[in-house]
Design a binder for this molecule. Structure first.
Ligand code: SAM
Length: 311
C-alpha cells in the first residue's frame, strides 16, 4: 500500500474510514456492499479518497467497476451534462442497483429531488403571477426532456390556453423523450420541443419566463454571465429568468458523493455561493429579485429580471 497525502499508510476498515470522516449510513452501506463484492475495489476507493496515487491499472479497475455496476456512473462517464443522469435521479427505479441505491439515498441525490420539487412550485407561482398580466410563454433553456414543465402544465394548465412553453435542448434524444413524456401527460399541445443551442436560438416570440436548471453548475462565473446575457436577450419586456446553481454546501455536507462524482466519474461542478450567483445576475444585466433553494441548501435558484418586479 502506498503512502497517501497525509503521510498515512494505514489500511482502513470500512468502519474506521466511515468513523474517521463522519460519513453517514449510506456511505457505510455502499462500502460494505463493495467490500462484500470485491474487497480490492473497496481498498482502492478508500485509498483514492485518502489521496493515495493509484497506478493506471488500479484507476482503470476502479472506473470499470463503477461503470459496470451503476447506471448513474456509466451515464455520467458517457456525458456528465446529459439529462439521462438527472432523469435517472428524478425517476428513481423501483429496485436500483446497490451502488445506485447510494446515489438515491445520499444527501446529494435527495437534494436533486428536492430541487425539482421546489423548481416546479416556483414555475407555478411565477406563471400564476404573469398570467395576471396576460398570456405567458415559458422558455426552458437546456431543459432536457422538460420534466419540470410537463409536471407543472399537466397539474395546473392542461386546459389553460393562455400558457405555453418552448423547451430548447441541443440533445435530440432529450427532446424526443420530452415529446413522449408530454404526450403521456396530455400536454403535448402546450410544449414545443426545439433541438437547438440556446446560445444561438432566435425565438419568433420572446419569453415571459426563462428557466435554466442544471445548466450553470459546471460553468465558471464568466461563462455563466455569458449564458445569462443570452437568456436576458430572449426575455420579453418585464420577463424574468430563473437559474439554478450548485452551492458549496453540497461539497461541505456530502463530500463522499462529490468525491465519487468528480474523482471516479469525472463530473466537475463549480460551486457558487448565493452572493456569487447574485453577482453573475448583476453582470449579465439582470436585476436580482429573490432566490430559493432545495431543502438541503445544495442548490440556489436565483430569479432576476430586466426591471424590478412586484412579486
Ligand atoms: C443536467 S441537464 C438538465 C436538464 C433539465 N434542465 C433538468 O433540470 O433536469 C443539462 C441539459 O442542458 C443541455 N444543454 C447544455 N448546454 C446547452 C446549449 N448551449 N443549448 C441547448 N442545450 C444545452 C444539455 O443537453 C442537457 O440536456
Amino acid at each position: 500500500m502506498s503512502i497517501n497525502t497525509d503521510g498515512d499508510s494505514k489500511v482502513y476498515s470500512v468502519e474506521e474510514f466511515v468513523e474517521k470522516f463522519g460519513f453517514d449510513k449510506c456511505a457505510f452501506d455502499l462500502l460494505k456492499f463493495i467490500e462484500s463484492d470485491n474487497s480490492k475495489i473497496k481498498d482502492l476507493l478508500i485509498s483514492k479518497y485518502l489521496g493515495t496515487a493509484l497506478s493506471a491499472e488500479e484507476e482503470e479497475e476502479l472506473l470499470e467497476y463503477f461503470i459496470n455496476n451503476s447506471v448513474f456512473s456509466s451515464a455520467t462517464v458517457a456525458n456528465p451534462a446529459t439529462s439521462v443522469v438527472t432523469e435517472f435521479l428524478y425517476a428513481t427505479p423501483k429496485i436500483p442497483l446497490p451502488i445506485d441505491q447510494y446515489f438515491f439515498e445520499s444527501a446529494g441525490g435527495k437534494a436533486i429531488h428536492s430541487r425539482i420539487t421546489r423548481v416546479e412550485e416556483n414555475i407555478h407561482l411565477l406563471t400564476d403571477e404573469f398570467l395576471k398580466k396576460g398570456n405567458v410563454l415559458i422558455g426552458n433553456l437546456g431543459g432536457g426532456p422538460g420534466r419540470d414543465l410537463i409536471d407543472v402544465f399537466s397539474k395546473y394548465y392542461k386546459n389553460n390556453d393562455n400558457v405555453a412553453a418552448i423547451n430548447i435542448d441541443r440533445d435530440r434524444n432529450a427532446n424526443l423523450r420530452g415529446k413522449r413524456m408530454a404526450e403521456a401527460a396530455g400536454v403535448q399541445h402546450k410544449i414545443e420541443f426545439a433541438e437547438a443551442s440556446f446560445m444561438k436560438y432566435k425565438p419568433k416570440q420572446k419569453f415571459d419566463i426563462i428557466i435554466l436548471v442544471g445548466v450553470l453548475c459546471s460553468l465558471p462565473p464568466d461563462a455563466c454571465v455569458f449564458v445569462l446575457r443570452q437568456a436576458r436577450s430572449l426575455l420579453a419586456k418585464g420577463g424574468c429568468v430563473m437559474a439554478s446553481n450548485v452551492s458549496p454546501k453540497m461539497l461541505k455536507d456530502d463530500p463522499f458523493t462529490y468525491f465519487i462524482m468528480e474523482k471516479i466519474t469525472n463530473w466537475h461542478l463549480i460551486f457558487k455561493e448565493e452572493e456569487l450567483l447574485k453577482d453573475i445576475f448583476k453582470k449579465s444585466g439582470l436585476i436580482w429579485q429573490k432566490s430559493f433553494s432545495d431543502d438541503y441548501g445544495f442548490h440556489f435558484m436565483g430569479i432576476g429580471s430586466q426591471k424590478l418586479l412586484s412579486f
